[in-house]
Design a protein around this ligand. Structure first.
Ligand SMILES: Cc1cc2nc3c(=O)[nH]c(=O)nc-3n(C[C@H](O)[C@H](O)[C@H](O)COP(=O)(O)OP(=O)(O)OC[C@H]3O[C@@H](n4cnc5c(N)ncnc54)[C@H](O)[C@@H]3O)c2cc1C
Length: 424
């Protein structure tokens, strides 16, 4: 039996970017806000974003920005319309955290430290008057007759406690990188209140490949390549940029982006292939004549030497082994099927995708609280009055590039400015 504790005007569950923004906004409107965070410190995940540099948002214009959300674009239009990329940049600027724009419109803190973003955000939340209670996991949201009544939360070294309130914002994040505290609790909390949860699966996740081709090139990263995902032989998506070979398969920015289509197809038990074009700027025809002319011009040299003009060093022994070409063979003696094998390796290096990595390695979670059951103008539940959602707990996921953090901040901003509106 939970002990009965205090009454709060607003309870925010989860201290990630969405919960912190929501709590700070609500407190800035004069509401009494308590934020309950399961871990001993808030924003653990925010602190490791962007490989420790935190890609806060993206300068893309609204329609391009929305495109990165796939099916969630329509829902996100409202939140982004109220608090968009420039608003976020100005928000942090006003708090003394300058930002810089990098390739692809990606915005980072000038200091290149995600920890500075966390420190600035948490500092602002505390100054706004929010009481942050860390080490407190919310186990249940209590509602009666379609209205929230309060939460049951852990209390260190004591019994669970019931804390009463009329307003709850669930901002518990997804289920990826669970060591940061995001273990999917919000899905169970929402489901128990009658919300439908769109099935969740790892998003922006590395992919596993068949055979030893990729593992043999482990550690090799490629720049300016194009890769496409083929499902049952049909191209579903393609992207241009960087990728990486690993001990299990492939990773890196373009693989993470393409993983959305790949994971969905794998879930349907469909055949998935990744086809990599190492030389997207050169046509098959142009490459064919370039290979012939090089083999002719450097004819006396060993093929393993000439290949340095076509392939990264780490890839050469793998290509030679897989194509069965003798590394000592002089270039002029290469047969026409061997010329073709090199061209196909350069233009259509094909890897069978057999699976994806788990939530432990996924950047985000796809699926979550069904969007049609949440009012996008306020983030309030259409099922339970006084209940709000913000951030990744919703069925929202976007490409890499700063879009996911902007989604967390924007939905948090809207929830924080809508909660308890009648009393404000
Ligand atoms: C390695 C990595 C790098 C990333 N880099 C980027 C990037 O550079 N740019 C970008 O846009 N996105 C990035 N993302 C995605 C981005 O971090 C998330 O989309 C974002 O953090 C979601 O914010 P949130 O507030 O909804 O949830 P979270 O950040 O997951 O926060 C949820 C919080 O709720 C707490 N919580 C959970 N359950 C309970 C409970 N029962 N009671 C109390 N508290 C609870 C958790 O402890 C956690 O602190 C990255 C993700 C990962 C894993």
């Amino acid at each position: 039996m939970a002990e009965t504790g205090s009454y709060q005007e607003v309870i925010v569950v989860g201290g990630g970017p969405a919960g912190l923004m929501a709590a700070g906004q609500a407190a800035s409107r004069g509401l009494r806000v308590v934020l309950l965070e399961k871990k001993h410190l808030p924003a653990r995940k925010l602190g490791i974003t962007g490989q420790g540099r935190c890609n806060l948002t993206n300068t893309a214009a609204m329609n391009d920005f929305l495109r990165s959300f796939g099916h969630g674009a329509k829902f996100m239009r409202f939140a982004l319309g109220r608090f968009f990329n420039q608003d976020l940049v100005s928000f942090f600027d006003a708090l003394g955290l300058e930002t810089v724009e990098e390739r692809g419109g990606r915005i980072f803190p000038r200091t290149q430290q995600a920890s500075d973003v966390v420190r600035t955000l948490v500092g602002w939340v505390k100054e706004s008057g929010v009481k942050i209670q860390s080490g407190r996991a919310v186990r249940q949201v209590v509602a009666e007759q379609g209205r929230v009544q309060g939460v049951v939360a852990d209390r260190q070294g004591a019994k669970e406690e019931f804390v009463g309130t009329d307003n709850i914002i669930i901002a518990t994040g997804g289920a990826s990188f669970p060591a940061t505290g995001s273990t999917g609790d919000g899905y169970a909390l929402a489901r128990a209140l009658g919300h439908e949860i769109v099935p969740v699966y790892p998003g922006l996740v590395p992919l596993e490949t068949a055979g030893d081709t990729a593992p043999m090139m482990q550690g090799l990263s490629l720049r300016n390549v194009q890769a496409g995902i083929y499902v049952q032989g049909k191209k579903q998506a393609q992207d241009f940029g960087e990728m990486l070979f690993t001990h299990f398969g492939v990773s890196g920015p373009i693989v993470l982006t393409l993983s959305r289509e790949a994971v969905q197809a794998l879930n349907r038990n469909q055949e998935v292939k990744l086809v990599i074009d190492l030389k997207p700027a050169v046509s098959h025809t142009a490459l064919k004549s370039r290979i012939s002319s090089r083999m002719h011009a450097r004819g006396k040299r060993k093929i393993s030497n000439i290949l340095k003009e076509f392939l990264p060093i780490k890839m050469i022994p793998v290509f030679l082994e897989k194509s069965g070409i003798d590394p000592d063979k002089p270039g002029s003696e290469l047969t026409s099927p061997e010329h073709k094998a090199l061209r196909m390796w350069c233009k259509e290096l094909c890897l069978d995708i057999t699976g994806h990595r788990s939530f432990n390695e996924a950047i985000i979670t796809s699926g979550g609280v069904k969007l049609s059951e949440v009012d996008p103008r306020t983030m309030q539940s259409r099922k339970v009055s006084g209940l709000y959602f913000a951030g990744e707990v919703l069925d929202i996921d976007a490409d890499t590039g700063g879009y996911n953090l902007q989604a967390a901040f924007s939905t948090g901003w809207v929830a924080g400015n809508s909660v308890g509106a009648k009393k404000a």
